[in-house]
Design a protein around this ligand. Structure first.
Ligand code: ARG
Length: 584
């Protein structure tokens, strides 16, 4: 028995089988369309029209209604289905069996919502976040971080083996000038770690010198060469600089509760050397004014594999990383999460890797998961008033402050302890930032607005967090009234039944996410669950109180539905990386 039962998939397979029995000669027929929640039935199968067309092409003239009836005759027994009939021009209506669904929900209540170990366990590499050393981690990286973390959680939940990789930009020519400046300003860097607190400033300063001072420029170039040939002093200087950035990045990851393994571009240095040899030997590289480039089939731009000064590029490290992930990590699926602007880069990389026989797309799935830009409230690229990139630490601080203000505005500080306030404000602040990102279709741009994301109505994190705390308090307020329930889960009322069906769409939603990598499906699902729960709660008494407010009767079968709803909502929010609280 598995709690991740996918009713949609079960019905598709069920009808597929019947259609094959009814019409064994229809080779062209793919999958029957099955949809949820028509007014007249729990599910509906709309395959008849399409079957008719295919039959007509073979010279057979039958009505969709007759086709539907023939399919229904060929259906086998199925324990989740109670009744099937045909209506209108050949729709097949399905009613689910309440006893079976009750058993499934009871199982979830007893065991918690979890997937059974996946039969087809895959190694999934997710490349996300990936900021650049000595540069500001900006909202684009934040978006990648939020989407990447949530996708990782979904794949982990289903039972796959996920490797979360931070492909940090920690290698390249900019380190020449950074090391040169480090040597100038902190000549003792080998014995005392340099007190750089503002690496961005440091970067800007080195850039100014690089552009204005020829002697400095020469030394910077020299430093790159020494670094790439692994001179110990230069490697040490490089490490010190990376450490400063790493500490800054880690602050963000800690606050947002992000797990990720750092594996920057530098990791691939020796692999890049080997890759260049391999590509050269196989004759894939062309000379282009001193650069070595590689073309993929039907590509508008080539990859630059070796620069004219002999250095490697972003393309080279990505190519080597892809090879490493396929051959050493044995990845079945590799996902890249960056802004949509990098789609050409990854498309070219994929085609070149296929051309070089490094990637076999029939064995390894490589997907670029692009996302739209984050806009400010003026609908322009998200910037500070003075036009600088917004510092993420500052943004998170503001989120916390705004969340606290919101809670105080609602008088929650008078009810909650200071400890509970702290928990609530972090859950709300980080929850609303993550949710605002994930609830938009990831390929679209979205407007970053604290006012909007902190609204407690509509499809927001605040609304969902409140909905969940409310359900939890319904259960908690029962105290001992709710112990040892041995009543069945109540599913007789129309609203109870609607809630149950809505909840059970969970795994259908997850499997959709594994196909199109869009997390807004999960947000919409959770919003749907919360509103359906409210409908249920407004229509079905869960407790009866006396005039003095004492509980005199508890409808335990309904309390069980509350508990299951809380389990689904908590799990779903966690998959979005959102912490829930018991009071707020
Ligand atoms: N460091 C890059 C940037 O800031 C993102 C890297 C994405 N991952 C990759 N394998 N190229 O734009």
């Amino acid at each position: 028995e598995c709690s991740l039962i996918n009713i949609h998939v079960i019905l598709i397979n069920y009808f597929s089988k019947a259609i094959k029995t009814a019409y064994p000669n229809l080779e062209d027929f793919g999958q029957p369309a099955v949809t949820a929640g028509s007014k007249f039935a729990d599910y509906q199968c709309n395959a008849s029209m399409q079957i008719c067309k295919l039959l007509k092409a073979k010279g057979e003239n039958v009505s969709p209604n007759a086709v539907a009836k023939r399919v229904v005759e060929c259906l086998e027994k199925c324990d989740i289905i109670e009744k099937v009939d045909v209506s209108g021009p050949g729709f097949i209506n399905v009613w689910l069996g309440r006893n079976k669904l009750r058993d499934i929900l009871q199982f979830i209540l007893d065991n918690g919502l979890k997937a059974k170990p996946t039969v087809n366990k895959q190694k999934i590499v997710i490349d996300f976040s990936s900021p650049n050393v000595a540069k500001e981690m900006h909202v684009g990286h934040l978006r990648s971080t939020i989407i990447g973390d949530s996708l990782s959680r979904v794949f982990e939940f289903i039972g796959h083996d996920v490797l979360r990789l931070n492909h940090i930009g920690d290698w390249g020519t900019q380190f020449g000038m950074l090391i040169a400046l480090l040597q100038d300003k902190f000549p003792n860097y080998k014995t005392e770690s340099p007190p750089i607190n503002d690496l961005q400033q440091f970067y800007k300063q080195s850039k100014v010198l690089f552009d204005s001072d020829p002697e400095f420029k020469k030394r910077a170039y020299d430093c790159v060469v020494k670094l790439q040939s692994m001179s110990p002093d230069h490697v040490q200087a490089w490490k010190l600089i990376c450490d400063v950035s790493r500490r800054e990045f880690q602050k963000i990851y800690n606050r947002l509760n992000i797990n990720i393994v750092e594996r920057g571009e530098s990791f691939y240095q020796s692999r890049m050397e080997n890759l260049v040899k391999e590509l050269e030997d196989k004759g894939f590289l062309e000379n282009d004014e001193g650069r070595k480039i590689m073309w993929g089939p039907e590509c508008s731009i080539p990859l630059t594999i070796v620069k004219s000064d002999g250095g490697f590029t972003y393309d080279t490290s990505d190519f080597a990383a892809l090879k490493q992930r396929i051959e050493e990590e044995k990845a079945d699926c590799i996902l890249y999460i960056t802004d949509a602007g990098q789609s050409t880069h990854f498309d070219t990389l994929k085609k070149c890797a296929i051309r070089a026989n490094i990637l076999d797309p029939s064995r390894v799935r490589m997907e670029f998961i692009g996302f739209g830009v984050v806009l400010g409230e003026d609908k322009k690229k998200f910037k500070t008033r003075s036009g600088e990139t917004v510092r993420l630490v500052g943004l998170l601080d503001e989120g916390i402050k705004r969340a606290r203000d919101k809670l105080i505005e609602k008088g929650r500080d008078k009810i909650l302890t200071e400890e509970e306030m702290k928990q609530a404000e972090t859950a709300v602040a980080y929850g609303c930032i993550k949710y605002a990102d994930l609830c938009h279709n990831r390929s679209h741009e979205y407007v970053f607005s604290f006012d909007k994301m902190l609204e407690d109505r509509g499809n927001t994190a605040v609304y969902l967090l409140y909905a969940l705390t409310r359900i939890r308090s319904i259960i908690n307020n029962l105290g001992t009234h709710c112990e040892n329930i041995n009543q069945p889960i109540s599913l007789d009322h129309e609203k109870e039944w609607k809630l149950a069906k809505t909840l059970l769409r969970f795994s259908e939603v997850l499997s959709k996410i594994t196909e199109d990598f869009c997390l807004h499906h999960l947000c919409e699902y959770l919003y749907d669950v919360a509103t359906t729960f409210n409908e249920f709660y407004d229509n079905c008494y869960c407790i009866e109180k006396s005039q003095t407010g004492e509980i005199i009767k508890v409808f335990t079968g309904r309390i069980l539905l509350c508990k299951i709803t809380a389990e689904y909502m908590n799990t779903g929010l966690n998959l979005l990386g959102i912490n829930t609280v018991s009071r707020m």
